[in-house]
Design a protein around this ligand. Structure first.
Ligand code: NDP
Ligand code: AKG
Length: 425
């Protein structure tokens, strides 16, 4: 099987710089005080650890593990853990700050954090991954905690890794602490609805934006980059709401069918094919996987990695609407051209906030010692996503700025007000 390694991203820009450029614009629009600006531009805590792991061949390999807490002014830090070969401190800093803004946009009582381990989980056995998760957890034992910093899944991690993290943390503390991590398997206190939550939030945001643009979902086409947790759930739920998903992709390539891809068939194929779409016969494989981003569709959902829409390809983007399932898929340099082209973008810190919203519900349920029904979880998260969309849309109209800057304005304003009331510096 031919994998594209490393990730096929051209012209990768620095996600931290992209984040700061937007932050600067919103801070200026808001007239943010210099003191609060200086607090928010720096992460509150950054921890880098070395993790020596015995590999299956008996050799010891040392991995680098990172956790960054950008802010805990609104509550404990919250954010996923990424296992990927190109994890970098600047990327984790940007991802942690995006979590601060994201939690503020959807108005949940958390600050922002993010973690990462530079590794390639595709080349590791389950035993090696388990040892790595446990070593990372122990190294972060004083960082994590249900009232301090609560991790969750991100790229390359899922419920299995969260279960090991909870177990290791609980053993170290001498008691079961399920609220230390979210995105757990149901039987360990995971929430109904968490697995699909990010994709579901993407769908809710997309439908809200399509209403503003007067696009009828039953006549709309869609392309989705990334067919992991976020991309596959977003594809399935958008298809369920009437859209024709004409293209999907993963690390093995991009797959196109003008008549619409049968998403359930694609998911079943992926699940029976070691997690990849390679060889899927319900669509044609595109010669250039990045061609998916340039298709003439109503809706484009980048749901894989950062910086896939950059100044190198932004001129060729043909979608009417972009809803960002991934964190940071559009570089700062591409923003201006997208705006000039009149393409509406529902930004990551709004569009993919459904995941952390249901993570919050999971933490609430763990602390209550009670389980909500899927119906309650979905109804509440849909309402939060829709309200956040409406607030960002109104702010965008009021300040005459794109939705992305509007989302930053909403978030930074909330965090700045909290600083003003709490004081203490
Ligand atoms: N999980 C969550 O709840 C949340 C995730 N996000 C963000 O969404 C994005 C995706 O995360 P998630 O779905 O959890 O991760 P997964 O690991 O589940 O899936 C990632 C998907 O992207 C594919 N992929 C990786 N690199 C490329 C590439 N260069 N080109 C095309 N496809 C690629 C992967 O392919 P393959 O599997 O073949 O390697 C896989 O299909 C990330 O930016 C993440 O930060 C945001 C909010 C919450
Ligand atoms: O569910 C969470 O707590 C965080 C998910 C995440 O990492 C993200 O939204 O980017």
């Amino acid at each position: 099987m031919a994998y594209i390694e490393p990730a096929p991203i051209k012209d990768k820009e620095n996600p931290l710089e992209s984040m700061m450029e937007r932050f600067n614009i919103a801070a200026e629009k808001l007239g943010l005080s210099e003191e609060v600006y200086n607090v928010l531009k720096n992460p509150a805590k950054q921890v880098i650890v070395s993790l020596p792991i015995t590999m299956d061949n008996g050799k010891i390999k040392v991995f680098e593990g990172i956790r960054v807490v950008h802010s805990n002014i609104l509550g404990p830090a919250k954010g996923g853990i990424r296992f990927a070969p190109d994890v970098h401190i600047d990327e984790v800093r940007a991802l942690a700050a995006w979590m601060t803004w994201k939690c503020a946009v959807v108005d949940i009582p958390y600050g922002g954090g993010k973690g990462g381990v530079r590794c390639n989980p595709r080349e590791m056995s389950p035993g090696e991954i388990e040892r790595l998760v446990r070593a990372y957890t122990l190294a972060m034992i004083d960082v994590f905690g249900p009232d301090k910093d609560i991790p969750a899944p991100d790229m390359g991690t899922g419920p299995r890794e969260m279960a090991w993290l909870m177990d290791e943390y609980s053993k170290a503390k001498g008691t079961t602490v399920n609220a230390v991590v979210t995105g757990k398997p149901l039987v360990l206190g995971g929430s109904l609805g968490r697995t699909e939550a990010t994709g579901r939030g993407v769908m809710v945001s997309a439908l809200a934006a399509m209403e503003k643009l007067k696009i009828n979902p039953f006549q709309a086409t869609c392309a989705v980059q990334g067919f992991g947790n976020v991309g596959s759930w977003a594809s399935a739920l958008l298809e369920e709401r009437g859209l024709k998903v004409v293209a999907v992709s993963d690390i093995s390539g991009a797959y196109y069918n003008a008549n619409g891809i049968d998403i359930q068939k694609a998911i079943a194929y992926r699940d029976g094919n070691k997690g990849v779409l390679e060889g899927f016969d319900g669509a044609e494989k595109l010669s250039d996987p990045l061609g998916l981003l340039e298709l003439k569709v109503d809706l484009l959902v980048p749901a894989a990695v950062e910086d896939v829409i950059t100044k190198a390809n932004v001129d060729k983007i043909n979608a009417r609407l972009i809803v960002e399932g991934a964190n940071g898929p559009t570089s700062f340099n591409a923003d201006k051209i997208i705006n000039e082209k009149g393409i509406m973008v529902v930004p990551d810190i709004l569009a993919n906030a459904g995941g952390v919203t249901v993570s919050y519900f999971e933490w609430v349920q763990n602390r209550l010692g009670y389980k909500w029904t899927a119906e309650r979880v979905n109804r509440r998260s849909d309402r939060i996503m829709k309200e956040a969309f409406d607030q960002v849309y109104k702010t965008s109209v009021k300040h005459e700025v794109p939705m992305r800057i509007a989302a930053y304005i909403v978030a930074i304003d909330k965090v700045a007000q909290t600083y003003q009331f709490r004081g203490g510096f």
